[in-house]
Ligand binder design. Structure first.
Ligand code: ADP
Ligand code: MG
Length: 338
């Protein structure tokens, strides 16, 4: 007698949530990415108790109609890719169609949305089950509230760090989103206190100023370079402005904040001999290339990336940053170490 069963959707969603929803900041990340994909120009995030009590994200993006609003909570439901071909040419931040399903599996969610044409809708979901839906005003955009995160997964709740650490993760994430999208106005409030506000003016330097201060922004060096495959541009601090951690380097690939050891190393190498040991620059680097050259389907959180022709790209970055730094010091751009 066979012993295998197919899990029901709430159970499989809960398991998937383990990878996608690690902490409140993961929810912030997924919801903000959805707002960006919906072409919002203004995104507001409000957290209560580091997001454990509630996380509310309001955007003025394209919204959803009633059918999509309910469907969006099903696993593998996405409007972003339709076939295998699309998977290798991803231009949106999301594509896996599992964030809302995962979040709703481990919290209580209320989604209010409208595409501005059809009547608006409000949907309540609790632990993967739709518990209510009703009409709502048809204001174009989406407002999503996630409360009592991990209420049904006590082990995950226990694993969380202090509220201070958790809010730190959300602030860090919002800062990186603002740096990756200077054309969007972001606002982050925690317990009604504002932690970030950007204007959406389109100027990266202005966002750097909003986050790291006007004094730092004034001391930023601009760099730019391109090869047959990639275009890179961004800012790095002059060598007298440093930090004790590599965490102030933001790497963006086609508008997505990623963690790339190799790109980080290329930037740090570019500052070699200009900075004391153990000190690092503040830098933001934007890398643009054909999505075909980048693979973000490495991990559900999509922060790791595989880059084709990575060593050529890193050499391009190292030389461009080195030149900017050496130029600012009036020294010839000596070749940095390989
Ligand atoms: P993915 O982003 O990978 O497609 P999600 O589970 O995050 O998967 O979202 C499912 C779908 O719900 C999206 O593809 C999109 O069509 C819709 N959606 C989610 N959030 C928003 C939003 N803020 N505005 C408009 N549509 C949204
Ligand atoms: Mg998504």
């Amino acid at each position: 007698m066979g012993q295998i069963i197919l899990m029901d959707e709430p159970l499989s969603n809960k398991i998937a949530a383990g990878e996608v929803v690690e902490r409140p900041a993961s929810v912030v990340k997924e919801l903000v990415e959805n707002a960006i994909d919906a072409e919002a120009t203004s995104i507001e995030v409000r957290l209560e108790e580091a997001g454990l009590k509630s996380i509310r994200v309001t955007d003025n993006g394209k919204g959803m109609d009633g059918g999509d609003a309910v469907l969006s909570f099903s696993r593998h439901a996405t409007s972003k890719i339709g076939n295998e071909h699309d998977l290798f040419r991803i231009r949106t931040l999301g594509f896996r169609g599992e964030a809302l399903a995962s979040i709703a599996a481990v919290s209580k969610v209320e989604l209010t949305t409208s595409d501005g044409e059809s009547p608006g809708i409000r949907v309540q979901v609790e632990g993967s089950r739709v518990t209510g839906q009703e009409g709502a005003p048809s204001r174009k955009g989406t407002d999503i509230s996630v409360s009592q995160l991990f209420y049904n997964t006590p082990a995950r709740l226990k694993y969380l760090k202090t509220l201070q650490t958790e809010i730190g993760h959300s602030i860090d994430y919002m800062n990186r989103m603002a740096l990756s999208h200077p054309d969007i106005s972001f606002r982050l409030l925690h317990n009604n206190q504002e932690h970030l506000r950007t204007s959406g003016s389109g100027s990266l330097l202005k966002v750097i100023s909003d986050i790291y201060g006007a004094g730092t922004a004034r001391k930023m060096l601009r760099f730019e370079a391109s090869s047959a495959d990639y275009e890179v541009s961004g800012y790095g601090t002059v060598p007298d402005i440093t930090r004790a951690s590599k965490n102030y380097i933001t790497v963006l690939v086609n508008g997505r904040w990623v963690k790339s050891f190799m790109v980080n190393k290329a930037i740090i190498d570019a500052y070699h001999t200009y900075l004391p040991i153990g000190r690092y620059p503040i830098a933001v680097i934007s890398i643009k290339g054909d999505p075909y050259l980048t693979d973000v389907n490495v991990h559900p959180a999509k922060q790791q990336i595989r880059l084709s022709k990575e060593s050529e790209l890193c050499a391009l970055i190292r030389d461009a940053v080195r030149q900017a730094v050496a130029g600012a010091l009036g020294a010839p751009a000596a070749k940095p170490p390989k």
